[in-house]
Design a protein around this ligand. Sequence first.
Ligand SMILES: [Zn+2]
Length: 256
Amino acid sequence: MVNATKKTNRTRIISLLALITAFCLQTFPLVSQEEVFTLCYHNIFRISGEPGPCYISAGRLEEQLKYFRDEGYRSVLPEDIFKHINGTEPLDKKCILFSFDDTHESHYTIAAPLLEKYGFRGTFFIMTVVIGKKHYMTGTQIKSLADRGHCIANHTYDHQDLRKLPAGQWKKQIEDSNNKLEKITGTNICFFAYPFGACNRYAAENLQKRGMELSFQLSGKQIPGFPLQSQRRLMVSGTWSSGRLNKEMLRTFRKQ
Ligand SMILES: [Zn+2]
């Protein structure tokens, strides 16, 4: 009888420890994981355009993609980073995520073909209000990207700063946009990028509550207790050579 009680107590303690461990892994999963190189692009132009933080020429983008291919990188998607953080599928150092924000038509006509030419896949953060409008992607183009192995993800309905979003607007910005993208692609939408990269604890809590597995900001500090909802990205300037980009990646993600 005494032995049986001791055994039950031991089982309870083991269960409790397992619960605490699971909670800690969920809350502080990044403690021992190295960040995956994650890049963010916006506008891409073929002929006329001025390179800058949000603008890159097709030629410069191709030069960068060729550099990563020649250096032996492989592209990953948010689901891979999610598994990496949770420790179920660790990624090596030569992994990179290419992301494209704001639904620009050039993502379909220029970025996706270039990514595919070098054996890569990208992540496209879609602001749903502009789907089908002039110079933006159509639903058919977005579906085609998903069918070709790219990741389609949410970037709100109309690019609101979520840090002070009124309670009544969350459904429109997140759930309704998710539903629209799920209808277009036939895939589950569970990854997100903050408009302007602007995030705080309030926004992170809301996104977590609404089922986002990972949310991406820019290169600011992660939100304590919410690493999954404040993943970092480097915004690539269209003026950077591949060498400069490599230096910026090491500075941002490896603190070198
Ligand atoms: Zn944006």
